[in-house]
Design a protein around this ligand. Sequence first.
Ligand SMILES: [Zn+2]
Length: 228
Amino acid sequence: MSLLQTLVSAGAAALMTLSAPLDTLAPQNDVSGTLFLVNRQNTITEAYEPEDLVEAQVSGSVRRMRAEAAAALEEMFAACREETRLTLISVSGYRSWSKQNNIWQRKLRSVKKNVEKAQEYVAPPGASEHQLGLAMDIGQKSKAHLTEAFGKTEGGKWARENCWRFGFILRYAEEWEEITGYKFEPWHFRYVGREYAKEIHDAGIPFETWLIRYRTDLLTGLLEEGTE
Ligand SMILES: [Zn+2]
């Protein structure tokens, strides 16, 4: 069996079981690309900081994101306003490794160093998509944010249904908790680019699962090319 064939069957097996450790198919993507996977198994190094961070020109706080994601966020918020008259706000965009570490250490102390318990609420440093500069926690103006209640607001519903049009995906849906490792976060959106966001939205599956499918398709394509 060639290396490619081995990789393809590994991908297919992982697709079937989903419980297979995702790092058996470690993402080969560039950390500066829009498809880089970050979760508790696939972490980013302390040194990584995106080079093209800008302030998104939107209402809200912590508005820094990578340039491409910031532009898409601006378009998304403008479209929401135009279509619904509602104002979405940024709550939390880019976070450095050390900022995430501060949040993590504070949470750890508050739960008497119980790592499992702390992980229910906060990502350890290196395990947060916010360090990529491609994630934004979104709220609706004068409504509760960073709570499940946001998912029930008009703005929250609009964002969930329409984010893909601007290249974002809802990253942590209710039914994906076992795969993503995170509880439902109706406020957390991840930028992947328009083309991929549409595909992932249409597939209706978690990013982790979609990435396995994507890599398997890539490898299958390569194999087929090789045999022509
Ligand atoms: Zn978030």
